[in-house]
Ligand binder design. Structure first.
Ligand SMILES: [Zn+2]
Length: 499
């Protein structure tokens, strides 16, 4: 059995979970579920990033210790992911002991390799980014390009990671691992950053208390990158359980386009320095914008994903997130788009197909589902849907995967309209058409289950099929002819009432 270790970014606990967090996490969940269907041994990790100056400051402002502060926020993420039906196998908090020992080990390995050195840094620093900026990166002379607020001048003794030494090694590694970053245009961005020249980056602060001390110089606290990025290895045992670490690493990362530099340049260089294999791959997503802007507290356009579940249902929301935006590109969230997707793809296509099939089977077939024909006209569409769906999930393109699965739904609805079994008398002709339609629905339930798992389980049960849809294994479970016939088909209430 092959191992598939997938991660989301860990989310900074200075804000509650919003639509942007939910977007990446739902994509990760669907991918993890798809790979489980393929029979792979999947480990899906998410978590929270809990150290740093912003948390220290936010905790002080709230009159709490940083630990109390993060202990109050981290569960909000865990609860949100439960409500979104996220199937993560682990949830790491960077304040956990397993993480601290792993970070110390990684830092020490890079220090022992000679790639971390003490130096003095002076420069313009954005507290919100926890990043220094050069003059040509700033807006209007002194504004952070991300936060559009004034940067501060800092001068301090820091340890630096000598990223500047890694240009050739990184370019060679990427040349030897084509396709490591998808989509390809995002890979070109990462390679452009490396070819453009690499600057050493600071890995410690003496001004910071809320973090992990450097093992060889505890006056300094590790800051941001060594602390946050290391979660991907500390969660699977780096520094605490070697055997477990070697079982799962290297993993695959889902990241947002704004963190390409840190994940696709800093992180593999840090790992190469420490003698660890870089990640198996990265899938880089765009932003889910609201009103054309990135969601942020300052823009006042934060959308709470849990409110959207209340509006449109869990699977309505999950489907929209996966189907609407080509992964890798920016999407623009709108309530109109959410409702339009729901009505067209879920209510009118999937929901309507199940409803009409169950109705006709109830009236013309005595409520017992007939078996499909081996030479059904739908068999070819089914084979195409399986192939195209598989290809698209493999390329981390959920919107294409769902379109390929929905092609099967559209073909089946067209087949029913051409044959009009609801007008025919009961008999072998109606049985043949309905057996084909039931088999198509069975396949759709399997193929769509990574995106809308609860709905697909309901479809599975209404077709009279035993067990769980998520226990099916591909490709066998999507080969034409799997519906056995002779099962009781249940109509039930509409899957997706029109909005
Ligand atoms: Zn900033």
């Amino acid at each position: 059995m092959s191992n598939y270790f997938l991660t989301t970014p860990i989310y900074y606990v200075n804000a509650k979970p919003h639509l942007g967090h939910a977007y990446t996490t739902i994509v990760g969940d669907a991918l993890a579920r798809w790979h489980r269907l393929l029979g792979e041994d999947v480990h899906f990790l998410t978590g929270t990033d809990e150290h740093g100056l912003k948390i220290q400051q936010a905790a002080e402002a709230a009159g709490r210790t940083p630990q109390e502060f993060t202990d109050a926020i981290a569960p909000l993420f865990q609860q949100a992911w439960q409500r979104l039906n996220i199937s993560n196998d682990d949830f790491i908090r960077t304040t956990e002991e397993r993480h601290k020992v792993g970070v110390a080990k990684l830092l020490q390995a890079c220090y022992d390799a000679g790639d971390i050195e003490l130096d003095v840094y002076a420069g313009k620093y954005c507290v919100a980014c926890e990043e220094y900026y050069t003059d040509d990166e700033l807006l209007d002379g002194d504004l952070c390009p991300i936060h559009k607020r004034p940067v501060e001048y800092f001068e301090e003794e820091n340890y630096f990671f000598r990223l500047s030494r890694f240009q050739d090694r990184l370019l060679r590694w990427y040349a030897e691992h084509p396709g490591a970053i998808v989509p390809e245009f995002r890979a070109n961005e990462a390679l452009g950053l490396i070819r453009g020249g690499l600057r050493d980056f600071s890995v410690s602060r003496t001004s910071l208390q809320w973090g992990i001390p450097l093992p060889w110089d505890p006056r300094h606290v590790a800051y941001v990158w060594f602390d946050a990025l290391a979660n991907y290895i500390t969660a699977v045992g780096y520094g605490s359980d070697d055997e477990r670490f070697h079982t799962w690493w290297p993993g695959r990362h889902l990241i947002g386009k704004d963190i390409i530099r840190h994940h696709c340049v800093y992180w593999p260089a840090m790992l190469l320095s420490a003698g660890i294999e870089p990640p198996a791959g990265w899938a880089v997503g765009g932003w889910l914008l609201v009103g054309g802007e990135k969601m942020s507290k300052t823009s006042g356009n934060v959308v709470n994903p849990l409110d959207l579940i209340d509006d449109i249902g869990l699977d309505g929301f999950r489907y929209y997130v996966l189907a609407e935006t080509p992964y890798g590109h920016d999407g623009d969230f709108t309530y109109e788009g959410l409702t339009a997707r729901y009505n067209s793809d879920l209510a009118n296509n999937l929901g309507n197909l199940l409803s009409r099939v169950a109705t006709v089977v109830g009236k013309q077939c005595g409520g017992i589902g007939p078996a499909p024909r081996a030479d059904s006209p739908l068999a070819e569409a089914a084979a195409e849907a399986l192939a195209a769906t598989t290809e698209a999930w493999g390329a981390v393109q959920p919107h294409r995967a769902l379109d390929a699965t929905w092609h099967m739904i559209r073909a089946t609805n067209a087949y029913l309209e051409a044959n009009e079994p609801w007008k025919a008398s009961p008999g072998p002709d109606v049985d043949a058409v309905m057996g084909d339609a039931l088999e198509a629905l069975r396949m759709v339930a399997v193929l769509a289950s990574p995106a809308i798992p609860d709905t697909c389980q309901t479809v599975w049960e209404r077709l009279g099929l035993p067990g769980r849809v998520d226990e099916q294994r591909l490709p066998a479970a999507a080969v034409w002819g799997g519906y056995p016939g002779g099962l009781t088909v249940t109509k039930g209430s509409p899957l997706f009432p029109r909005r």
